[in-house]
Ligand binder design. Structure first.
Ligand SMILES: Cc1cc2nc3c(=O)[nH]c(=O)nc-3n(C[C@H](O)[C@H](O)[C@H](O)COP(=O)(O)O)c2cc1C
Length: 388
């Protein structure tokens, strides 16, 4: 299978094109430092061509659910150093995903008296379960122009820490309706300064963050994740082709390691179908749930032309559809999210075309080892069957 063939990735060769997608799993301690369970979890998944860690907050201004990870203190840095070492000892390659949630920060976890920040004072729809209750996203305050360079510096500091911790690189999260995405798209960015209005202005914040990351680690150790079709918390763009074509061209010019595109939404209740398969269906049978609506432009072929580096696609892929997009040359690699929660040895299962274990959503953010490090490999499963 092409999916299991090596991939030239900058100066290194990844053993396969199966990427572990970033997944917040809320197994950090009260300091938002990863616990030792996290070392085990990622080391178990080290046969992925590339692991992208869970999104890690870059500052105390970016906080969500309890026990979600961050990387802006020395204590967190020490813990992440352990995690990166565990993955390397198991032979893996690991990039750390870094983000600022912007308007999706929660009042209950922000420093007292602070409001979430955003390009404009427009709140996201929805919220996050805290202590069994849905805590809604509050109306954020619009950032003053002079505050933005300090957030770029927070990203820079987190990238530096990621390098010091031994990560092979960083993935800048410009997707899923978080701060950088809020700047990129015109439904959430109504600014009239140098960070709003034209595509060039809306992309300025992302590109400043990317340039800072390149300064710290070099372009070959920087990836970017985008989700042009993600709309579920009321974020959108009047011309995604124009916006994301500009982004792809600028990232290409900078020679970053990869562009990672999530094609849909991350709603757990929506059966995920890759956009490319949805669009191949008749409109009447297409999903009407959150995510890309029928008729959305399929951006992967456009980005493919504009961005010459590694292109990773994600969103509802299976062994077969992943193989298809790689064979067709639409992607170099495919990232798997939920399948990686429950199948630590995913490339081997793909190789053998073995049955896949389904993930239990009730343990996604539950804390503790259950539903985290106890999903068996195929060998463990078969061993257990023989003993039984
Ligand atoms: C529990 C969970 C946590 C997630 N956390 C992140 C995250 O930290 N960063 C991110 O960019 N996407 C995150 N996502 C989205 C996934 O990376 C992925 O895009 C999504 O699950 C779709 O891929 P899949 O169909 O292969 O699962 C998360 C998804 C789930 C289910």
């Amino acid at each position: 299978m092409k999916l299991l063939e090596p991939l030239q990735f900058g100066s290194r060769v990844l053993p396969n094109r199966v990427v572990m997608a970033p997944l917040v799993r809320a197994r950090s301690d009260a300091n938002r430092a990863p616990t030792e369970l996290v070392d085990i979890y990622y080391a178990q998944r080290a046969t992925a061509g590339l692991i992208v860690t869970e999104g890690c907050h870059i500052s105390p201004q970016s906080t969500t659910r309890a026990n979600a990870a961050a990387h802006h203190t020395d204590v967190q840095n020490q813990a992440w150093t352990r995690v990166a070492a565990a993955v390397h000892a198991a032979g893996g390659t690991i990039f750390q995903q870094l983000y600022h949630v912007g308007r999706k920060a929660l009042l209950s976890t922000l420093p007292a008296g602070e409001l979430p920040v955003a390009p404009s004072a427009i709140e996201a729809i929805g919220g996050i379960l805290t202590a069994g209750q849905l805590e809604p996203f509050p109306v954020p305050r619009a950032l003053e122009t002079h505050e933005i360079p300090a957030i770029v510096d927070d990203f820079r500091a987190a990238v530096r820490r990621a390098g010091q911790a031994g990560f092979d690189g960083v993935e800048i999260l410009a997707a899923n309706g978080f701060l950088i995405d809020q700047f990129l798209r015109d439904e959430t960015n109504k600014r009239t300064d140098a960070y709003g209005g034209s595509v060039e202005n809306r992309a300025r914040f992302l590109l400043q963050v990317v340039d800072a990351a390149i300064d710290e680690l070099g372009a070959a150790r920087v990836g970017v994740r985008i989700s042009p079709h993600f709309r579920s918390d009321r974020i959108g763009d009047s011309d995604p082709v124009r916006t994301f074509s500009y982004v792809a061209k600028e990232l290409d010019r900078r020679g970053i390691a990869y562009l990672h595109m999530l094609e849909g939404t991350t709603h757990d209740d929506e059966p995920f179908v890759p956009l490319y398969l949805r669009l191949a269906r008749k409109p009447s049978s297409a999903s009407t749930g959150p995510g890309p609506v029928p008729g959305d432009p399929f951006l992967a072929p456009i980005l493919r032309r504009l961005f010459k580096g590694t292109l990773i696609l994600n969103g509802g892929y299976t062994r077969e559809s992943a193989e298809q997009v790689i064979t067709q040359g639409l992607a170099d690699a495919v990232a798997f999210g939920r399948l990686y929660i429950s199948n630590p040895d995913l490339p081997e299962r793909f190789r053998q075309n073995a049955p896949l274990t389904e993930a239990d959503p009730s343990t996604y953010y539950s804390g503790g080892p259950r539903g985290y490090i106890d999903y068996p490999t195929l060998n463990e499963q078969r061993g257990a069957a023989v003993v039984a």
